[in-house]
Design a protein around this ligand. Sequence first.
Ligand code: SF4
Length: 513
Amino acid sequence: MGTLRFLFTDHLSKEISSLDGIDRDNDAVLMVEVDDETDYVPHHPKKIAFLFSAMRHFAEELRDEGVEVDYVTLDDPRNEGSFRAELERAVKRHLPERIIVTEPGEYRVEAAIDDWRAAIDIPIEVRADTRFFCSRDAFGEWAKGKKQLRMEMFYRWMRQRHSFLMEGDAPEGGRWNFDAENRKPPKKGLDPSGPMRFEPDDITEAVLTMVERRFGNRFGSTRPFWFAVNRTQARRALDHFLQHSLASFGDYQDAMMEDEDYLFHSVLSQYMNCGLLSPEEVCREIEAAFHEGEAPLNAVEGYVRQILGWREYVRGIYWLKMPGYARENRLEATRPLPAFYWTGETDMNCLAKVIDQTRREAHSHHIQRLMVTGNFALLIGVLPEEICEWYLAVYADAFEWVELPNTLGMAMHADGGYLGSKPYAASGNYINKMSDFCGNCRFNVKDKLGPDACPFNYLYWNFLIENRQRLDGNPRLNRPFATLDRMDGDRIAAIRKESNKFLASLEPWKKAA
Ligand code: SF4
């Protein structure tokens, strides 16, 4: 035969570079479900079901177009459980002249390709992933010579380069950033329609049954299962967001509500990250909604910044800094991840609610991730590798290129401020302002110390006390450090005592050997 084109789990797009120039008469596509990929972290069962169902649907679409697809299911008794072993078996079946892959989304897979080359005496061509706006090389050029990178500068460069929301050389509306208008707290009477939901079809039901049998004892529920699993459905989910949620997305993008999992968030990231939607089509349609008067600029700019700016920026940093980036721990954090991240059993209502949603949905929005679970992990000094593993496992949109910089860099500030200019540390006051969690909590968000005080309150100051040396000189912390300097010794001693008592009460997660 001609060429074997090996598609990874997140390569579910007909535009993927590994399919470029396919010869339907002589080439074949290889797709495999393997234990190595389901088990290297304990992925949420709904995430596994989503990705395998989307893979199986994509394989069917390719077959409908006359492409030969060699698909190995997880339950196939001959399945040897790893990309490499399955590639070796496929090579014996097809005897290809060469193999083509698109660059993977995780460093560990890219590093393994050299091993595959050694094991399989056939040329393996690795093509760039052209679904991103900024290639790895272009990001490297942009970053060259910069001691610290700043997303805002990268984002402006990307807006100009790709002509998004521009009026000539100037940004639409005269400003690059409308973030200040995008911080409205939640209020009663909001009536979001939420993301579009789909009934599982026979393919998805078969995957759900298999996943429940094999991974049913893991953190996370499979049902209700409502994700889009093919491109047609993902397009409908995008249209639904444009029609029903985009206009209010900006105003309430940082808000959190107990009984509204998503408010006006699009919940499209898992579709973009596996290939069902392209970031370019999403951004172009969001921009068109503004030009057609269907959504205000603060919402549209805020959304485009997340995709064209932040998403591309974190990917650029990941590939620029790996593999060393994964080992960064500049705040020298050593605490094991609390067990309640895997159970949701905590009296802190904000954490209980976000973890419960994560268990049900394999999804939560960026402020839930950054300012509740991430903020808490930062304040108590969780080992970066343990919190990174949690985020990578539990979210349906999590691949390491996007998860690691967001967790290690943004949430944990473990890269010393390379990615972000300040640690996102906050007391209970922030959570109270941006959510309705505190009203139903056993702790009192107004109390700073004492048995009923919100733990975020004293842990926030404890974090600043413990990291004073490491964070001194960060201009964005001048104000809290000045407040800390005015505190008397008794108050500091009380904060330390209360924090230590609370920290000692946390049951650590015992990672399976
Ligand atoms: Fe969270 Fe504190 Fe509010 Fe409770 S009082 S929900 S722990 S921020």
